[in-house]
Design a binder for this molecule. Structure first.
Ligand code: SG7
Ligand code: ZN
Length: 255
């Protein structure tokens, strides 16, 4: 109790965090035959992501994932009806035994998933934005094994051994953060959901990109086997199971 939670006790999240038992929870399975094409969903356009190496970003193991703090100067310039500013990005993964994305597509779980988390600056504070409908946005992309090392992910992965234990923090020199996302930001799914961990606030405007991001087998293995979680055990399978739609619609930017 008292603010602590783990992936092992996810059935008990709603007892301490009532929103986790709500009707607009994330992640979800995306049933591609049931999505609704919307011509209003314009390509996502990002601004300010090519950071200078002199800028140092904090990278931390919070016991549930590895979090890279992002400057609020990184924005979503279009693709949403409101402005969003970056807070952080983090990853979800499985283990050498199985995949670990949070969202699934037609029942398929991918190897991993990156989340870039944003807030709507029209709220007075980030804390306030987290409680406002549409106050948060998350850009999500699936990670998948491909033939080559992904040079963009190498900036993060080569620092993982510095944050092996929960609570450890290091810095990463600025790089082009947009390189962590797929090249095609025009094809995506959009739905209203929640944070996928406690508090599970139902205030997230989700974008899940259709194009996946490729990392080498060695890079995915490093992610799956380097970190320790809040119980000194391997930090693996840090994904929540898919939640019921309860009548929600999933929009698609493409046909
Ligand atoms: C991860 O997922 C962390 C949390 C994040 C949570 O556990 O990245 O962030 C921090 C700073 O610990 O919570 C509020 C927030 O971003 C849920 O985020 S998610 O829904 O995108 N998976
Ligand atoms: Zn996440």
């Amino acid at each position: 109790g008292h603010g602590h939670w783990s992936y092992a006790d996810k059935d008990e999240w709603p007892l301490e965090f009532p929103d986790c038992g709500g009707q607009m929870q994330s992640p979800i399975n995306i049933d591609t035959n049931s999505t609704i094409f919307s011509r209003e969903l314009q390509p996502v356009v990002l601004a300010g992501y090519n950071l200078d190496p002199s800028e140092q970003l904090s990278l931390m193991n919070n016991g549930h994932t590895v979090v890279l703090r992002l400057p609020g100067s990184l924005t979503i310039a279009s693709g949403y009806p409101q402005e969003y500013r970056a807070m952080q990005l983090h990853l979800h993964w499985g283990s050498p035994e199985g995949p670990g994305s949070e969202h699934t597509v037609d029942g398929r779980r991918y190897d991993g998933e990156i989340h870039m988390v944003y807030y709507n600056p029209s709220s007075d504070s980030i804390k306030e934005a987290m409680r406002q409908p549409g106050g948060l946005a998350v850009l999500a992309a699936f990670l998948q094994v491909g033939p080559e090392d992904n040079v963009h992910y190498q900036h993060l992965l080569e620092q993982l051994h510095e944050v092996q234990e929960e609570g450890k923090e290091t810095t990463v020199a600025g790089f082009n953060i947009e390189g962590l996302l797929p090249a095609n930001l025009g094809r995506y799914y959009r739905y209203s959901g929640s944070l996928t961990t406690p508090s599970c606030y139902q205030t997230v405007n989700w974008t899940v990109f259709n194009q996946t991001v490729l990392l080498s087998k060695e890079q995915i293995s490093l992610l799956e086997t380097t970190l320790q979680g809040d119980d000194d055990k391997d930090l693996q399978n840090n994904f929540r199971l898919t939640q019921s739609l309860h009548g929600r619609k999933v929009l698609a930017s493409f046909q």
